[in-house]
Design a protein around this ligand. Structure first.
Ligand code: PMP
Length: 402
């Protein structure tokens, strides 16, 4: 067995040691990142990278936003943690603030620790509120990796990894209301949808689709759940996709959040309508860590930073600039998505090669399950000059691989 003494740490780098001691589960960028600020991260050897992947869609306020860092330091010195068996000033603040910015009728929040957990609890809430069991999700969906959430995931190989799956999960065609209508019977508790399917290649439907889903749910007594783990917290240029013009103004009965909500401190949340929340009794839901003080301080500071820095206005302005610049590329077929959840669709399967070239030029981007789509999830503070840098290197990368 290897012991600590086996290594001379001056000779063996962190990447090698990580791969030796960790279960290898992710295809990693060849970077060892040590610090970050705004839309940039820095490696051990002092190289700077423009982060258009936003730390996996988490760093919405930018890396190490000073207001978030200060709030975390202050909270860490006061109280790191106490569970939901006590009241807390900072938890009250986080809950009130989230409910204030949520579109009506969302009126109550349940805090947990991650996106998958938020979706698990959202489905449980819907089952408790309707007394039904089945859940409809969509082709191309990704909702997480715990048992119920992975069973609700119909993208690629994920669902099979969760075998034996939780029973009662049905799959409709994304964008087709007829396929939903066929499945939506009196056994269905909820329809769970990523309003913009990120991992499937940033796919979104017409506003009428969300409107028809809302009407169908109302008519058949089904709860509508939006998984806004990626789209929430300002990413689409509004606090949530729910209630926006692109959603046809539709607001779900339950909305799930994670990723950007704590600027990197793990936290998830389910926002629910009064009607759903009133069906939940003591001890129906629970979590030790959910609602902990450090996470709550991160939530409050994240929401404040987005407001104070007018980051959603920035998203709308810089998105328009990026779209104008990409319109000049003959290789770009279209730009999907909204705000800073964008899929740049190329005319051929070049996303993987472009990602590699861009990384060599010190720009981090994402791919998706669609090999034609380069996925951009930058911090909401990304500037027009940083977009210019991306555009310049994208031009060079396309020329190189041509
Ligand atoms: N829902 C969506 C839409 C996601 O993109 C993800 C994560 N990629 C999840 C749920 C799961 O979130 P987590 O990894 O925090 O469990």
């Amino acid at each position: 067995m290897r012991t600590k003494e086996t290594f001379n740490h001056a000779l063996v780098d962190s990447a090698t040691r990580e791969d030796l001691f960790q279960v290898v589960t992710y295809q990693k960028f060849p970077l060892t990142v040590v610090r970050g600020r705004g839309a940039w991260v820095e490696t051990t050897d002092g190289q700077r990278f423009l982060d258009l992947y936003g730390g996996h869609a988490v760093a919405a306020t930018g890396h190490c936003h000073p207001h978030v860092v200060a709030a975390l330091k202050e909270q860490a010195e006061r109280l790191l943690f106490y569970s939901n068996v006590v009241y807390s000033d900072v938890r009250a603040q986080a809950a009130e603030k989230l409910v204030q910015i949520a579109p009506r009728p969302l009126a109550k929040v349940f805090f947990c620790n991650s996106g998958t957990e938020a979706n698990e609890n959202a489905m449980r809430m819907a089952r408790l509120a309707t007394g039904r069991e089945r859940i409809i999700t969509f082709t191309g969906s990704f909702h997480g990796r715990t048992a119920d959430a992975i069973s609700a995931t119909f993208l690629g190989k994920y669902r099979d990894l969760g075998r034996p799956n939780v029973p009662g999960h049905l799959c409709a065609e994304f964008g087709s209301i007829e396929s939903v209508e066929r499945l939506a019977d009196e056994k269905v508790a909820a329809i769970l949808i990523e309003p913009i399917q990120s991992m499937a290649g940033v796919r979104m439907a017409e506003p009428e689709f969300y409107e028809k889903l809302r009407a169908l749910c109302d008519e058949r007594g089904i709860a509508l759940i939006f998984d806004e783990v990626q789209t929430g917290v300002g990413r689409t240029g509004t606090w949530f996709f729910a209630g926006s013009e692109a959603a046809g103004g539709v607001v779900p009965d339950i909305l799930t959040l994670a990723k950007a909500l704590g600027s990197g401190v793990p936290v998830g949340a389910c926002l629910a309508s009064e009607r759903i929340a009133s069906a939940i009794r003591l001890n129906d839901l629970g979590t030790t860590f959910g609602g902990g003080m450090l996470a709550m301080a991160a939530v409050v500071a994240t929401l404040e930073a987005i407001e104070r820095d007018a980051l959603m206005e920035n998203v709308r302005r810089v998105e328009a600039h990026l779209r104008r610049r990409l319109a000049d590329f003959s290789e770009v077929k279209g730009v999907r998505g909204r705000g800073f959840l964008l899929g740049v669709e190329f005319v051929s399967d070049v996303a993987g090669r472009l990602q590699k070239r861009l990384l060599e030029a010190h720009i981090i981007t994402g791919t998706s399950s669609d090999p034609r789509v380069l996925r951009l999830l930058p911090p909401l503070c990304l500037s027009e000059s940083e977009v210019e840098l991306f555009v310049e290197h994208l031009r060079a990368a396309l020329d190189e691989i041509a």
